[in-house]
Write a protein that binds this ligand. Structure first.
Ligand SMILES: C[S@@+](CC[C@H](N)C(=O)[O-])C[C@H]1O[C@@H](n2cnc3c(N)ncnc32)[C@H](O)[C@@H]1O
Length: 270
């Protein structure tokens, strides 16, 4: 078992930080201030999902349900799971106000393979959640098992250059510049949500994984990589939200689409 510094089991530590973050995180999203999500990684993940109409989708680490709702509004039949009871309570509250038929359950993502059998879903999604788990490889492997034979997984994560080793500084010309060091360092790091536009500041924990790590996790799970994207803003998006400019120079997000291996377009069907 992964144990944190204070001897708390790792899942307990993650649950606690996300329970504490749930309220401010919900405000951040619902007030439209998370424009990286609205403009950059959210649309990229949706593109990776493709047409979801009629698909049975499991949204892993669904938080307060933002992406589950987006999928449901596009015609998917969605189940959302999250480790944090407070996040799930918020997701259920949104469902009560605007019923979409989404089912939410408190569950550790490492248990999805026990909760569902093969062929239970057409698509597994994870919007910015897998890098918040100490062992996402196990989750990706379980996802592969509960999908149909033609099923796929699509997920967005913090870009590997941004895994705690990226430092932003303002240079003498007033420009924000980044340096990257210790790219290959693994393990837990603290994420401070201290952007000026936030009313409340909070901290969470994430785990560092390189691009090769993500690729190996997919390969070891019986998936074939269909696409990797590094979404970035257009000039027009930067004009509307100047704060997006640094992410046109340094990639902040990775979006993966994985296909069950036997259905890989690279494998001849006959
Ligand atoms: C950055 S939030 C993203 C939430 C949501 N997908 C979204 O896009 O708003 C990360 C979420 O992952 C959840 N999480 C972290 N570890 C988990 C685990 N082992 N099993 C399930 N959920 C987990 C956290 O509770 C948190 O809600």
């Amino acid at each position: 078992m992964n144990r944190g510094r204070r001897g708390l089991p790792e899942a307990g530590r993650v649950r606690r930080v996300w329970d504490e973050a749930a309220g401010p995180f919900d405000d951040f999203i619902e007030t439209g201030l998370d424009y990286h999500r609205l403009e950059i990684h959210g649309p990229a993940l949706l593109r990776a999902c493709g047409d979801v109409k009629g698909l049975r989708v499991l949204d892993v680490g669904c938080g307060q349900g933002y992406f589950s709702r987006v999928l449901s509004e596009r015609g998917a039949k969605v189940v959302g799971i999250d480790l944090s009871p407070k996040m799930i309570a918020l997701a259920k509250r949104h469902e009560k106000v605007h019923p979409l038929g989404i089912q939410y359950r408190v569950m550790d993502a490492s248990r999805i393979g026990r909760a569902w059998g093969p062929g239970s879903f057409d698509l597994v999604t994870a919007c910015m959640s897998l890098h918040d788990m100490p062992s996402p490889g196990k989750v990706i492997r379980s996802a592969s098992r509960i999908l149909t034979k033609t099923g796929a997984m699509a997920f967005s994560v913090v870009h590997s250059v941004n895994n705690g080793s990226l430092k932003w500084e303002t240079n003498p010309n007033g420009k924000r510049v980044a340096t990257v060091d210790n790219y290959f360092r693994h393990g837990r790091y603290v994420v401070r949500w201290d952007m000026r536009r936030l009313k409340h500041h909070w901290s969470t924990v994430s785990y560092g994984f390189t691009v090769s790590d993500w690729s190996e996790m997919a390969e070891d799970s019986g998936f074939v990589m269909q696409s990797i994207r590094e979404p970035r803003p257009t000039k027009n998006q930067i004009r509307i939200h100047p704060e997006l400019e640094p992410c046109s120079r340094v990639p902040l997000f990775l979006v993966f689409k994985l296909q069950r291996a036997q259905d890989s377009p690279r494998v001849p069907k006959h």
